[in-house]
Write a protein that binds this ligand. Structure first.
Ligand SMILES: Nc1ncnc2c1ncn2[C@@H]1O[C@H](COP(=O)(O)OP(=O)(O)O)[C@@H](O)[C@H]1O
Ligand SMILES: [Mg+2]
Length: 140
């Protein structure tokens, strides 16, 4: 069993990806398939960057047990304005500075949706909560 928690700081491009790097480092010590490792890391990175560039800040939790990996990302707003639009490939409200730092291609949420076994999104002006799950098979 693994349980970890990470703070995510808004607009800090230097620290962006730090939580995902630690999750990746931890997962590399587990006996995961390269594909599953890649899927989890991609989803984690996209969700973390979203908290950095689109929210006022938040935190992430990483849980792993014998049957699943659960990533949760929670922030304190302003929420996703239009979830249907946000799930559309290429749609982004990222600003010039985000683009200059290499973010804002509008593929984050669609990629998380595609790569996860289960995705739940709760969003309101008070904040956004993503629950991303991957089910493990055949490892103990
Ligand atoms: N945590 C969040 N808080 C507020 N808005 C968000 C959040 N995550 C995503 N969004 C909104 O959903 C849009 C699409 O997200 P995404 O597919 O990751 O594209 P990108 O991050 O490149 O803009 C974002 O441009 C933003 O408007
Ligand atoms: Mg994104």
């Amino acid at each position: 069993m693994v349980d970890k928690e990470y703070q995510i700081i808004a607009k800090n491009y230097d620290l962006a990806g730090r939580a995902s790097s630690d999750i990746k480092r931890t997962l590399k010590t587990m006996n995961l398939s390269p594909l599953l490792l890649k899927r989890v890391c991609a989803a984690s990175y996209e969700a973390e960057i979203n908290v950095v560039i689109h929210s006022v800040g938040g935190y992430a939790t990483f849980h792993m047990d014998h049957e699943k990996i659960v990533l949760e990302f929670m922030d304190d707003g302003p929420g996703i304005m239009n979830l249907d639009l946000a799930m559309t490939e290429g749609y982004s409200t990222a600003n010039e500075l985000d683009h200059a730092n290499g973010f804002g291609a509008g593929m984050g949420l669609p990629n998380i949706k595609r790569t996860a076994d289960h995705l739940e999104i709760r969003t309101s002006p008070e904040g956004t909560h993503l629950i991303i799950m991957f089910f493990l098979e055949g490892i103990s």
